[in-house]
Each structure stands twice: as structure tokens, then as C-alpha cells.
Design a protein around this ligand. Sequence first.
Ligand code: PGA
Length: 247
Amino acid sequence: MKKIIAANWKLNKTPNEARSFFESFHKLLTPLKSSNEVVFFPSSIALEATQQMLKGSTVKFGAQNIYSKASGAFTGETSAEMVKSLGGNYALVGHSERRQIFGETDAICAEKVKFLIDLNMTPLLCIGETLEQRNLNQTKAVCEKQIKEGLSKVTGPEANAKVVIAYEPVWAIGTGVVATDEQVKEAHLQIFNYLNTLGFTSVPLLYGGSVKADSAKELSQIAHVDGFLVGGASLEPGSFSQIIANS
Ligand code: PGA
């Protein structure tokens, strides 16, 4: 089955740095002949450079964050329409850094998911527990709440095949600690089952958190792991193309 391999560049790469990344990346990707869907999330300021560099390729891109209004007096924000006007068709929603640092709530996520779906764009909704929540055995409850509330403004028929979920345990993000195969297997099965009970029967489920080429190889064998959301290892063309090849 085709996997989705997504690069979250976070607050990294100027437009020129994005251009030189893609120059190298194209050379590495072409011989791979991978059928996986590849998506880049550059910073907003590098979206246009990304669009220019991806012209004519099947690689997709989107924004790390959008505001759930088309336009208006919202200083500092980027609208989904603006991203779409450049040809971007994805946006991250509810990444743990946005939840923790910028106070993004489940209610805000729900607005953004709805807004993107109405524009025929793909929200990549990020969920996952903190270490403290895992130690308190709250992983399942936390993920289910984030899914239930984040998808509360869309229905299964609307969102199936449009929404993507990324399970990213917060303790595994940027720490070099990857969740074990067992932990990923358990969480993905629970999330898959829960999505089904809500009527979301064809929502791809990505894993994120310190994914590297080696771990991608192992994790992609696990049931209900439909791809990866990659931070640190997506900043280098070599390591990211290796993850695509191994998935
Ligand atoms: P990481 O980031 O791969 O650097 O852990 C993943 C993410 O934050 O999406």
C-alpha cells in the first residue's frame, strides 16, 4: 500500500536553503521510483520557493499552520486559501509544539480541520500523549479525546480519504527516543479502531517522533502504520530520501 512520508521542517530553512535542498533531493528521489506520497511542510516564507522547486513533480506540499479564516484583520496569520493559491494542498493541525507553545486547543484544531476540508485540502491532524500521560496510562484516553474533538466538525463521509492523522508521542519528538514497535503497534491499533467507531474508516495513520531511516524500515512493517511525519531527519536530502526508500 502507498505510504505518506511527510517532512515537517518546523522553524528551519530560508527560501534559498529550501531551493538548495530540493536541488539535491530531486537527484536522490528520481532513481528511487518510490510510489509513496511525499509531502513537505516548509515555513510559510519558504512555501513559494517550495512550490517553484516542486513544479512538475508529484511531490506535494502544505503549511505547518493555517488560520481558520479566509482573510481579514488577523495579523501574523496565513490562510488556507493563500496556501491553496500556491498549489499547496495540505496543512498540519495541532502539532504538539503548537499545542504546547502556542496554546492550540482541540476546539481550535476542529475549526481548522473543518476549514481545510471545506476547501478540499488535507488536514494532517497531530495527536499524542506526553510522557507524564503515558506513565499515568492515559495514552488511549488522550489520543481518543484529541481525535474526537479535533474531528468533531466533520463527518466520516466528508473526511474519509481527506483527513490524515499523525500519532506523535510528545516524548519521542526531537528527543532521539523512538517509540518501540510494541508501543506503536498498540497505539495504532487502538487509534484505527477508534476512528472506525466514529465512522472514519479510511483515514491514513502516520507515526512521528525521531523517525530515522533504520526505524522507518522496521516501523513501516507494523499494521496500521501508513507512513511517517519526520522532523529532524527531513532536513537533509540524504536522510529523508532514505526514509522514503525504506518505508
Ligand atoms: P522529529 O519531529 O522527527 O524531529 O522527532 C517529528 C515532528 O515533530 O513532527
